[in-house]
Design a protein around this ligand. Structure first.
Ligand SMILES: NC(=O)c1ccc[n+]([C@@H]2O[C@H](COP(=O)([O-])OP(=O)(O)OC[C@H]3O[C@@H](n4cnc5c(N)ncnc54)[C@H](O)[C@@H]3O)[C@@H](O)[C@H]2O)c1
Length: 246
């Protein structure tokens, strides 16, 4: 069930952190993986991790996103079995001082780009009779968090968007689900990991007793993208070492 040989998979944000671990897991499972990322290191990482293709795209730029998706579909020969929307950004400021330019940037990458990619992928999948979409939500789809109003709003939006698309397309054999990772030790969280007070307070609430890793998230993503999840639609699956239940 977890053999992706011959499957075409797009992973956004595949050059670092969770996305890199997810893309690597698909490639190891036999997929033709195409990574979409804004990183300058994309060619190097695609080579290192053995992926089929890389397309450099800035998801904060709508024209670039559309052109990037078209290029991706050309490279993949017009078929798309799985889309994983993992690229995301974070900005931290007090709510009263939060710059509107940062608000717009976070919403553009974390929510607007996710909708547009789902829409573009959905059209391809509707045409071919099915497919799977996995969005990356967050614990902040459920909680407000501290100093991250744009991120929380965007991830709450990703959760609801996932449900709306799941309802729209479940009857057309497209399953749309999301993973809500807990606190993961990636570059995005360097500020938290390095803050002894915040880090201790977060760790004390994780029943598993440790921060999560890209490998912790990759398995559940492959599950949602596999035939094992053919009857799963609109689920928001926490991968959080028990945080949400604590
Ligand atoms: N780290 C965590 O604790 C955590 C928890 C919950 C959810 N998430 C979510 O998981 C996803 C990955 O997070 P991460 O911690 O691996 O982040 P990261 O910063 O380590 O990696 C993010 C990747 O996205 C790419 N990216 C950023 N902006 C982009 C843009 N405009 N266009 C294209 N690519 C872009 C980056 O180049 C990078 O490769 C994000 O959606 C994040 O919100 C992370």
């Amino acid at each position: 069930m977890f053999d992706f040989t011959g499957k075409n998979v797009i992973v956004t944000g595949g050059c670092a952190g969770l996305g890199r671990g997810i893309a690597a897991a698909f490639t190891k499972a036999g997929a033709r993986t195409l990574v979409m990322d804004v990183s300058d290191k994309i060619d190097e990482i695609v080579r290192e991790d053995g992926h089929a293709f890389g397309v450099r795209v800035d998801l904060a730029d709508r024209a670039d996103l559309k052109a990037g998706f078209e290029k991706a579909m050309e490279l993949l020969g017009g078929r798309l079995d799985v889309l994983v929307n993992c690229a995301g950004v974070q900005k931290r400021h007090e709510c009263e001082d939060f710059p509107l330019s940062d608000w717009d940037f976070v919403l553009e990458v974390n929510l607007n780009a996710v909708f547009e990619l789902c829409q573009l992928a959905g059209r391809v999948m509707l045409g071919q009779g099915g497919g799977k979409i996995v969005n990356i939500a967050s614990m902040l789809s459920f909680f407000g968090g501290l100093r991250v109003p744009a991120y929380s709003a965007s991830k709450g939006g990703v959760m609801q968007l996932t449900r709306a698309l799941a309802v729209a397309w479940a009857g057309k054999n497209i399953q749309v689900n999301a993973i809500a990772p807990g606190y993961m030790d990636t570059e995005m969280n360097t500020a938290l990991v390095n803050d002894p007070v915040r880090s201790a307070s977060i760790l004390s609430r994780i029943p598993a007793g440790r921060w999560g890793t890209p490998e912790d998230v990759a398995g559940p993503v492959l599950f949602l993208a596999s035939p094992a999840a053919d009857y799963l639609s609109g689920a928001i699956l926490p991968v959080d070492g028990g945080y949400l239940s604590c």
